[in-house]
Design a protein around this ligand. Structure first.
Ligand code: MG
Length: 280
């Protein structure tokens, strides 16, 4: 099942996405649900909309946190001159960094090098702490796609990554959450990132240093995970800078494609940051 969060002129709603490619004689549609399936038991309302007629939002606004994992692909660690960690390297991204499909990643004036990082994201479905390996599947609601946008220059100069990884708009999520895959299935999915249609990253989740179950066990050993929290599982090799005016897409086999334009001032230019009021 694919769970989307969307707006159709009013407040955000949730629905089940049914794609024409799955078979059946219909356009891509979304069957509207009575509420947020991560937070409550839900039912179908009976209302159905064409997917093209709604605006997809981030499929989840993490309740408390996005926990991200750095250097979880050996080739990516190597391309930035880093060793592979012996225990998972974790950091937080604030939930205010989350944006949805099609929303702009805003280039901050303080950075001259904003990079994409295509990643598989795990959405937590229940409150949990110290999850044993054999219970990991029980605490996962589903999977989506994330772009762990990073101001690479600030990451190097700051040491701590709160700013470089935490700017508003630096955590695109979407286009929806898939709930049907097993841990075995998501352990071998192709991840492909393109910039203006040109392939920049192409890896597989089977190249992760620490597997999704190992990450959930590790992260829940030090922090309580809440329903709607999100774990970013690391990026394959090929990361690189984006520029305002470009468009970045991350495709993960079996999930979908997350596309975001890049906006803001060109690197080096001075500008006044703008604050956009919109439904996230
Ligand atoms: Mg990353």
């Amino acid at each position: 099942m694919r769970i989307a969060r969307f707006a159709a002129g009013g407040d955000p709603q949730f629905g089940i996405v049914e794609l024409a490619e799955d078979g059946g004689d219909h356009p891509d549609t979304v069957a509207v649900l009575t509420g947020d399936p991560i937070a409550m038991p839900v039912q179908l309302t009976g209302e159905r909309r064409e997917l093209d007629a709604v605006r997809l939002l981030a499929p989840v606004i993490p309740r408390s946190k996005v926990v991200a994992v750095g250097r979880n692909f050996a080739a990516h660690a190597a391309e930035l001159g880093n060793d592979v960690p012996t225990i998972p390297l974790t950091f937080f991204k604030p939930n205010t960094a989350v944006i949805g499909p099609g929303e702009s990643i805003i280039y901050p004036p303080a950075s001259n090098e904003v990079s994409f990082e295509g990643e598989l994201a795990v959405v937590i479905g229940r409150i949990c702490k110290e999850v044993p390996l054999e219970r990991v599947a029980d605490v996962i609601f589903g999977y989506t796609i994330a772009n762990d946008v990073t101001a690479r220059d600030l990451q190097k100069t700051d040491g701590q990554w709160a700013r470089a990884k935490g700017y508003d708009t630096f955590c695109p999520l979407g286009p929806w959450i898939t709930t049907h895959q097993s841990l075995e299935e998501v352990a071998d999915l192709q991840i492909r990132t393109t910039l203006d249609g040109e392939e920049r990253q192409h890896g597989s989740t089977n190249l992760m240093v620490f597997s999704i179950p190992e990450l959930v066990v590790y992260i829940s050993s030090f922090t309580t995970l809440l329903p709607g929290d999100v774990i970013l599982t690391g990026t394959p090799a090929g990361v690189g800078a984006m520029l305002p005016g470009q468009e970045v897409s991350i495709e993960i086999e079996g999930i979908g494609t997350l596309t975001n334009p890049v906006a803001g001032s060109a690197p080096g230019a001075s500008s006044t940051p703008s604050i956009k009021g919109s439904v996230r």
